[in-house]
Design a protein around this ligand. Structure first.
Ligand code: HEC
Length: 194
């Protein structure tokens, strides 16, 4: 406040008869202003150019941690029909179960159909019922890509959102629909499989 007042020179302009002194900006204000610029630069360099973790990455890591914790805290919860821990043969058998497939269709229609089309013919995401696959066609490979996603290509990691049981169900549904030849499918992507 001390550097404000009539000791300072007057600004040359007059507006409606109002004149003002050429008071310098308060030091605390100027300091804060410069601090914000420096903070912004460091933020930009660290989070956008350097390797700082983004909010989205933090969120994903937290979701995985929460899921891991709830699974260890309530093992009985994860057991209701969940194939976790089962070997491949019983997983395949589990996937042929009509009720598992029906549950999978509900998840598919809710979460996946906007991108892969209700008839699985492909739209933003690839056709899921042709003989070409980008990430492999075995049940394990499909489970993996649904679980982990391909975030850079627009396919989310569904693991933290749906959990293992629902992913198994939705993959069972996809497998049950193989060879269903929907009209006007998206062009084949990836390599022929099997
Ligand atoms: C926002 C759009 C979007 C949604 C929603 C979506 N996907 Fe995808 N999906 C994609 C894209 C894009 C790819 C291709 C990724 C690539 O190019 O590697 C893909 C790839 C896949 C693949 C691998 C296909 C291959 O050829 O190997 C499977 C399987 C799959 N998605 C299943 C699902 C399931 C199951 C769901 C729902 C739980 C789902 N997707 C929801 C966009 C989506």
């Amino acid at each position: 406040m001390s550097d404000q007042g009539q000791d300072n020179p007057e600004r040359p302009h007059v507006t409606d008869g109002i004149r003002e002194y050429d008071n310098p900006l308060p030091r605390w204000w100027l300091g804060l202003f410069i601090f914000c610029i420096i903070y912004g630069l460091i933020y930009l360099l660290y989070f956008h150019i350097g390797d700082g973790t983004s909010l989205e990455e933090n969120m994903n890591a937290d979701m995985i941690a929460v899921k891991a914790r709830t699974q260890t805290e309530s093992p009985e919860g994860s057991e209701e029909g969940s194939p976790s821990g089962e070997d491949q043969a019983s997983l395949a058998k589990h996937m042929q179960d009509e009720s598992v497939i029906a549950a999978g269709k509900v998840h598919y229609d809710t979460y996946c159909s906007p991108c892969h089309r209700p008839d699985l013919g492909g739209l933003i995401g690839p056709n899921l019922v042709d003989d070409h696959w980008l990430h492999g066609c075995t049940p394990e490979a499909i489970m993996k890509v649904v679980d982990e996603g391909v975030p850079e290509k627009g396919m989310a990691s569904w693991g933290p959102i749906l959990g293992k049981k629902k992913i198994t169900e939705v993959v069972a549904y996809i497998l049950s629909m193989q060879g269903s030849e929907p009209p006007e499918p998206k062009e084949k992507q990836g390599v022929r499989c099997p």
